[in-house]
Design a protein around this ligand. Structure first.
Ligand code: ARG
Length: 266
């Protein structure tokens, strides 16, 4: 497993683009660095993942959330096109990193109508790309993405602004096991999720509010924010090892374990 992370040197909450962010509630910098370092250590030292780092940039406090850089597919990089101006400045740094690292780029046409926030909204479940739209990415982007990647894309409408990215409320755990929080999706998306093959773990609202739906899965190990009791029990009952780690400072920006990581290679 090869992952991309960005050190939290400039991480902060200086604008509000999701309901979790409150500029009056600043993250504690030292604690954020400790939490990010602990997450990286779990991924590398305990779970054997390889982590590459992109240099952080001043003035881009959300760059730490590398899941939004884009999406990797078959060794190519599909860059994100951010919804909010506050994050648009990240895109050139991510593109440059991927170009220098030797990843060919497959781009969606550049248009303000086609925002796409990368792996934050697009998660593979077996061969199907589950794709959240509404708050950040546009459904129109997914029609194009399907052609670009040549795989099935299942668009899912996100209807509660607290779960504004798909990776805040849905975890593909295995090719035949999915966990999600139904309250984040509209009726059609709920129906589509239920109709997918495999077993579904339905998350509680308490765990979803605690970012339980934002987990990094490496084989049978699941890394997530501490305190998601019901989900931890469901995972343990299915033979997963849960690595709970406190990510309180990143939740102040609306992100947790999964948002801090981009999957370069499985
Ligand atoms: N503050 C960031 C934003 O609102 C958090 C991004 C979280 N990333 C994620 N993949 N859910 O854009």
């Amino acid at each position: 497993m090869h992952l991309l992370m960005c050190p939290p040197d400039y991480f902060d909450v200086c604008y509000e683009i999701n309901p979790w962010m409150d500029i009056a509630r600043a993250p504690d910098r030292d604690r954020a660095v400790r939490q990010w370092t602990a997450l990286r250590q779990i991924l590398t030292e305990q779970l054997g993942a390889r982590v590459s780092l992109i240099p952080p940039q001043p003035g881009l406090p959300d760059m730490v959330f590398t899941a939004n850089a884009g999406l990797l597919h078959g060794g190519s990089f599909v860059p994100a096109s951010f919804r909010h101006a506050q994050r648009q400045g990240e895109a050139p740094y991510f593109r440059q990193w991927f170009a220098e690292a030797g990843y060919p780029e497959k781009s969606l046409p550049e248009s303000p109508e086609f925002t796409f926030e990368g792996e934050g909204d697009a998660l593979f479940y077996g061969d199907v790309l589950l794709a959240g739209y509404g708050p950040r990415s546009d459904a129109a982007a997914y029609a194009l993405l399907e052609g670009l990647l040549g795989c099935r894309v299942l668009p899912l409408a996100l209807v509660d602004s607290r779960w504004y990215h798909l990776d805040t409320c849905l975890i593909p755990l295995a090719p035949d096991l999915l966990a999600y929080y139904p309250g984040a999706f509209d009726a059609a998306a709920n129906k589509a999720l239920q109709s997918l093959p495999g077993e579904k773990i339905v998350m509680t609202e308490a765990d979803a509010l605690n970012f339980g739906g934002n987990a990094v899965v490496i084989g049978r190990d699941v890394v997530l924010n501490a305190g998601c009791e019901a989900l931890e029990a469901e995972l343990a009952a299915r033979g997963f090892r849960v690595r709970a780690t406190d990510l309180s400072e990143f939740i102040k920006a609306g992100g947790s374990a999964k948002c801090l990581v981009l999957i370069l290679e499985r």
